[in-house]
Design a protein around this ligand. Sequence first.
Ligand code: FAD
Length: 391
Amino acid sequence: RSNRLESDFYSFQDLLTPVEQDAALRIRDFMEREVRPIADDYWERAEFPYHLIPGIAETGVIGTMWPESARFPNSALFRGWAALELARVDASFATFVGVTSGLAMGAIGVGGTDAQRAEWLPPMGRGEIIGAFGLTEPLAGSDTARGLRTTAARTGDTWVLNGAKRWIGNATFADVTVILAKDTADDQVKAFLVRKDAPGFTATKMERKQSLRGVQNADITLEDVEVPETDRLQRIDSFKDLAGVLGPTRVGVAWEAMGIAAGAYEAALRYAGEREQFGRPIAKFQLVQQKLADSVADLTAGIAVCVRASQLEEAGTRGDAQASMAKAFCTARMRAVVARCREILGGNGILLDRGVARFFADAEAVYSYEGTRDMNTLIVGRAITGHQAFV
Ligand code: FAD
């Protein structure tokens, strides 16, 4: 097929339905036309191109998972593929979409009542309301399942939230942030929709990141923030209920990792054909071919894992460990690919404007968020041995 990506060696794209393929091409076209030309500059300035939000929403890539917001019939496979399409051009942009569409809308879709879903999902799907998802804290990272310090105390129909969050993507500008906090009455995690103008809610941009610089991560403080019971997600009663949110997004991050690897690989392949040394293109050298061949094999293996994880998702039979394996495996393969691709470019591999350095740097954050490689590996370890190693 003429529209097959160079990085899609086994034509996985053909597994999408015709409607999904059209949507994938719409997303690709938007990313190539609007995002690629500016991605490096925004990354360097650590800014986000807010003006592109209506355009990306127009492609239908936000809110694909829920009937209230999906623009066309689509499968888990399509949703994964869309993450790849976004990340192969700009992983910061992919993360922006992943946070509002996957995490924030995911929490509302899984945890909201029908009325809450009807209120929030349609405008969020249109990109008119942007969401963030606040789980991680300064003192709780890998151990958020037990280690949250942020508290929610109920008096009558009002909750009062106190605490701090860290690393919260989109939160500097999001209209609504889903805040996870421990109920002081039963010590269980509950989820609250906190609007950006809520008194006592402050989100401060984290500066000096060297990875995913376009993502606007925030340090959040919550000082006696009042949230009505009607803005508590009614179907989240404990941390366990978040599995329905974090499972799909973990598979999504595995796809995103393959997108980053694809972006770096395609740039390195092009460069190898153009750059000449010893009187010939470096693509003619066996050692360069090996790096490219190993990279496309890593991509193919990783995408195959993603495809199957998404098929299990669609069938409703994917377990937590399958999501974790996809995330751990694909982020490790991504890291190997971007390192080889950076090497193929020689010195140019560390220059932003030669197409690989941004992917190389962004891979590091993707390797660690949504559960580090270690934690996801240990979740697989627990599933296959029956022994939990991380506590
Ligand atoms: P730590 O938990 O402190 O881990 C440090 C190291 O110790 C890691 O290598 C880890 O694997 C290892 N380790 C910890 N425990 C064990 C163990 N039991 N066994 C073996 N090794 C262990 N969070 C949100 O809630 N919302 C967001 O929108 C969001 N966006 C993010 C965006 C970016 C760019 C980044 C970098 C992070 C984001 N996060 C977000 C937070 C992210 O999920 C955490 O960084 C991640 O869960 C790891 O937590 P930590 O950084 O505190 O590392």
